[in-house]
Design a protein around this ligand. Structure first.
Ligand SMILES: O=C(O)[C@H](O)[C@@H](O)[C@H](O)[C@H](O)CO
Ligand SMILES: [Zn+2]
Length: 299
């Protein structure tokens, strides 16, 4: 039995930290602060943070093949150039929905950038329902839409054999699976693989580990849970000293560490006193299981 250690490695005071992504080439963790319109890069060796500010809420960031990054900014899929701090639109979605923005996004094993949308929140988890959709940006920059009627498009990842796509629409309180066709990027046969228990609260970001199990950050639940998608059973619960845990990824040496983002927005002054690390970046070691490298966008 390994001994699990959970520490706040960066007190960043993110309003809503999200989309942690490990960049092996720079030993860095990328993440965003959605309402602060910031993409951050934390160098795990120097412990320094760099940031790029964009002109709209930025909900996800991903690596790009050939260098640089892609990000979802407002309702745009963008190419992000770190050196000149520019974000250039590659495609726009939900043009008829002025109150929408993108939320979580991630690249599939074939290099397509998947991301879903939602109506802007008036408070955490308070928003006009059924306004979101799930999309992907193909390497040739065309966009495909999968479905609409989404409340809060959130965590996503693919099984290790690339045959299943896992997806969370937060207000369904369910982790869902689809059959996945990697060749075409098509999804089918939606089903629920896990329903959250009441105390687990709202399912948010998610990632898969090298054993094919899913790790789901529970917003308001102050925890990350490990699920077996085959049996539908919860295998493990990691409790954090902050309640608004938003997402997780593996990183560090051989992807043996887990990084967790969280939010401050929606907390009252008393909560903030009790959770001074809210909005920080947490590192979890000693899990005894590794993750897999993130896939880069192929366009
Ligand atoms: O982190 C995200 O994915 C959203 O953008 C957040 O706003 C929370 O998920 C939401 O508030 C909880 O439901
Ligand atoms: Zn999220």
């Amino acid at each position: 039995m390994s001994s699990i250690k959970i520490e706040c490695v960066l007190r960043e005071n993110c309003r809503c930290g999200e989309s942690p992504v490990w960049e092996e080439a720079s030993n860095s963790l990328l993440f965003v602060d959605i309402p602060a319109k910031k993409v951050c890069r934390w160098d795990s060796l120097s412990k320094r943070v760099q940031q790029v500010t964009v002109d709209a809420p930025v909900s996800s960031v991903a690596l790009r093949q050939g260098g640089g990054y892609v990000a979802t900014v407002g309702t745009k899929f963008c190419a992000l150039n770190w050196e000149d701090q520019s974000a250039v639109a590659l495609a726009t979605v939900d043009k008829d929905k002025k109150n929408n923005r993108f939320n979580d996004g991630k690249v599939d094993p074939a290099g397509r950038y998947f991301a879903g949308t939602m109506a802007e929140e008036t408070a955490p988890a308070v928003l006009e329902r059924h306004q979101g959709s799930l999309y992907s940006l193909f390497p040739d920059h065309h966009v495909e839409k999968y479905f609409d009627q989404v409340d809060i498009s959130n965590g996503l990842d693919w099984s290790l054999d690339h045959k299943i796509f896992y997806y969370i629409d937060s207000l369904s309180y369910s982790v869902d699976a689809f059959d996945y066709d990697l060749q075409t990027g098509k999804i089918s046969n939606r089903r629920s693989i896990y329903k959250l228990e009441k105390e687990e609260q709202i399912p948010d970001g998610m990632c898969i580990d090298a054993e094919g199990k899913l790790w789901v950050a529970c917003y308001n639940g102050g925890r990350v849970i490990r699920l077996d998608p085959e049996t539908g059973k919860r295998l493990q619960t990691l409790k954090l000293p902050v309640v608004k845990t938003t997402s997780c990824c593996f990183g560090g040496k051989d992807y043996s560490e887990m990084y967790v983002t969280c939010a401050r927005d929606g907390m009252d002054p008393e909560d903030l006193l009790q959770q001074p690390e809210a909005g920080g970046i947490f590192k979890i070691t000693g899990l005894g299981v590794k993750g897999i490298p993130p896939y880069p966008y192929a366009g």
